[in-house]
Each structure stands twice: as C-alpha cells, then as structure tokens.
Design a protein around this ligand. Sequence first.
Ligand code: GDP
Ligand code: CA
Length: 319
Amino acid sequence: MRIVALAGGIGGARFLRGLKEAVAPGDEITVIGNTGDDIHLYGLKVCPDLDTVMYTLGGGINEDQGWGRTDETWSIKAEMKEYGVGPEWFGLGDRDFATHLVRSQMLSAGYSLSQVTEALCVRWRPGVRLIPMSDDRVETHVRITDEAGPRVVHFQEYWVRLHAAVDAEAIIPVGADTAKPAPGVLEAIAAADVILLPPSNPVVSIGTILAVPGIRQAVSDASAPVVGLSPIIGGAPVRGMADKVLAAVGVETSAEAVARHYGSELLDGWLVDDSDAAAVAGVEAAGIRCRAVPLLMSDVPATAGMARAALALAAEVRA
Ligand code: GDP
Ligand code: CA
C-alpha cells in the first residue's frame, strides 16, 4: 500500500510515528512536508517542520519540547548574544545548527531543498520518504495590530515570540502563489492508495501545503480516499494556538468546522475524538464520512490506534 501524508511539525510528526507502527511491512509512506514555517537566520535556512519530522522519526528529537535535538547545548546562541545578535526568542541549539549548516551549504552549492532533505535523511533514516511541498521559497506571514500599529510579522515571530497573544488578522503564505510542487509530490499523490491529513494545523501547516498551486487539485482528483484526523478536541486545540489562525480565516474552532473548511471536494473521511461524537452527524451532513474514536496521541500505541482507525475509514470509503 502506498500512503501519502501531508504534515506540519509536532502534530504531524507524532502522528507519523504511530502510522509507522500501524502499517504492514512493505507499505510505503511518503510525507509531503510544510515549508511555510521556514525562516532564514544568520544566513542559514531553517526548516522547522521538515526537521521535526526527520528528528522525531529518526530518534533525534527532544521529546519534552517536541522540537529540536536531544541532549542539546546552547553555546552558539550564548556567543551570538554576546555580540548582541539575535533573535533571542528563536531556539537554535548547537546540534541543531549543524543541520542548518549542512542544508545551507548544499543549497548554496546548487542542490534543491528536496535533494538536501533526501541527503539529511540518509543520516536520520526516518523510515518514510520525506519531500518538502516545494523547492521554492514560501514563507507564512501574519498580519497583526499591536502597540506598534498594523504590521506583518513572520509566522515564527507570531508563534514563538508573541505566543499568538494578539489576534491574527490574516495569514499570508508569501510566495505560495508562484511556487511549484517539489519533484515527486504530484506523482506521489496520484499514485497513492490512501491520503492522510494528520492532526496538523489546518491553516498554517496543511493549509499552506494545499496553497501550493496544483497540490489541492491533485488531492481532490486522486483516486485514493482522503482521510483526516481532527486537531481540535472539545472546541480547542490539543496544543498550540490553532484557534488563533482558524479565526483569521473565519473558521470556528471545532472538529466539525475544520472538516467543513477542508470540504467534501477534498475530504472523504474525518475522524473526531470520542468526546466530539455529537459532531459526527453534522460532518456526515456535509458529505464527509465521519467516525468518533480516541484521538489523543498520548503515546505511540495510542497513536498507532488512531492511524489504524484512519486506514480503516479509508478502506470503508473505498468500498
Ligand atoms: P503542526 O501543525 O503539525 O506543525 O504541529 P503543531 O504542533 O503546531 O500542532 C498542530 C495541531 O496538532 C494542533 O492544532 C494541535 O491541536 C494538534 N494536536 C497536537 N497533539 C494532538 C493530539 O494528541 N491529538 C489530536 N487530535 N491533535 C493534536
Ligand atoms: Ca509547523
């Protein structure tokens, strides 16, 4: 079976770890990763979502944080601070820096981001094929109004520095309109037997991937069933601040509203948490097959159970 998953960072990576446990030997998983969170710092290209997937599946992730490397040290950051060079709010540890140095060195030598990602994965052996959504630069920006007046900030500044404390007025995936899907992306979607939308952020992770021209169409046109898992439980994000970016695109923070936001042209099946069982009828009324199952990724076995439920719903839709 060929499984394609569109994934952001922490939510996506944790789901994929369960999915790997749930599939049969010989099944192939292709992950199309969000690069809208990418940021250029100190002349280096940092790809937080790709790295979170790579480190999580490759056994190098800091489990408590959900991002960055295990046993990290912070000497470079401390030295930069002595020079008065920031940003102080973005955490890049010494071991993590090595990844960004290798990536940036290869990019300046002329390799594409997908080639670089493949090269980094030789070390990490994530057990999936990880492809960035695009080799072209796409950067999500957020329009806010604070003491400084109306302005636009990088997504990372909104999320990490401002903790999404001010309302997001608009989400702008800069560069997405002219970006091309990376080599292999459309082919993997067309050849898939199942397409999964993990519990990643529906706006700034999955939404950004779908904003690359051609990808949304390819997913809707695919012969494979498309099944998503709700990142919203009981009217709130499980972690993070997805409610802020959902509000910016006019979507209520509920499992049903996120399913309707994706829509029945895209989604064939949707899983909501047991506690949201009351939402099942509304989702089905929108033309999307829906089941309520436990959706908390409390550990790998529980997450594997979620992946099995998603694959079972896909099989049901296909039949
Ligand atoms: P990303 O969008 O994959 O980059 O990762 P984030 O860590 O920003 O989280 C994305 C979404 O995953 C958030 O909206 C969370 O609510 C959701 N999420 C995190 N943990 C869980 C979980 O255990 N279960 C479910 N259903 N969603 C989760
Ligand atoms: Ca992300």
